[in-house]
Design a protein around this ligand. Structure first.
Ligand code: ADP
Ligand code: MG
Length: 232
């Protein structure tokens, strides 16, 4: 399988001059197509920063980062946007738009793809909501959905365009364990069906077993790969 993410000697800093602080140190990592890779580690260790760099949401300062075949170091905003369109994001806080229904929230992410009609987009959005178990909630507004249901809408929104790469930052943090497990199973199933790759940050020990590989971050460093399921 071809590599989807290649990280070489990646470092990252926040702040300027005296306030400049290094938060990522010399990260090296290669992730291949269809792999599910989990990042764990304490709060503040740099997980979200690494995910944001991979996702083209932050610009690369030092080192090389090739996401979906594109070198992100030195990439223009326009080039980063092009790479971003091939990704699905499930970031902390589901950020659904409150004035749009579940279906409209999902459909919005398809509207970035010009080659799809409104009608097709509507059909696809309803279909994916059905897959995540919300077939009877497509016309509900977020305020009338539970936390777990909102998170499923966010997952449907990330997956509806069949992205090659899915980035998820603590997608189960706000869910009870049963719902968290269900949501992860949905992600895994859809990813395997579409040959997508998943890079996911989680503290949730109960879902580590879905990973092909698990890495731990500490103080901005990526530690050696964990032997799978050692500390559950
Ligand atoms: P994690 O996701 O593992 O909790 P983060 O990547 O969010 O870690 O943060 C890594 C470090 O960078 C932390 O020390 C955090 O305080 C700092 N940090 C994160 N975002 C910013 C920012 N926008 N400006 C300055 N420092 C930041
Ligand atoms: Mg974080």
């Amino acid at each position: 399988m071809k590599p989807i993410i290649i990280v070489r000697n990646l470092s990252h800093f926040y702040g300027k001059r005296l306030l400049r602080k290094q938060v990522l140190f010399d990260i090296n990592l290669t992730i291949k197509q269809t792999e599910i890779v989990i990042l764990t580690g304490p709060s503040g260790s740099g997980k979200t920063t690494l995910l944001s760099l991979v996702g083209g949401l932050l610009s690369v300062q030092e080192g090389s980062l090739i996401t979906l075949g594109k070198e992100m170091n030195g990439a223009s905003e326009q080039q980063r946007v092009r790479v971003r369109r091939q990704m699905g994001y499930i970031f902390q806080g589901h950020n659904l738009l409150p004035f749009m229904t579940a279906r409209q929230n999902v459909q919005m992410s398809l509207e970035l793809h010009e080659n799809i009609s409104d009608y097709q987009a509507k059909i696809k959005s309803e279909a994916i909501l059905k897959v995540v178990g919300l077939g009877d909630r497509v016309n509900y507004y977020p305020q009338n959905l539970s936390g777990g249901q909102k998170q499923r809408v966010a997952i449907a929104r990330a997956l509806v365009s069949c992205p090659a790469l899915i980035l998820a930052d603590e997608p189960t943090a706000a869910l009870d364990s049963k719902t968290g497990r269900e949501v992860i199973e949905i992600m895994r199933r859809l990813a395997k069906e579409e040959a997508a790759t998943i890079l996911m940050v989680t503290h949730d020990n109960r879902i580590l077993d879905v990973a092909d590989r698990i890495f731990r971050m500490e103080d901005g460093r990526l530690l050696k790969e964990d032997v799978k399921i050692t500390h559950i």
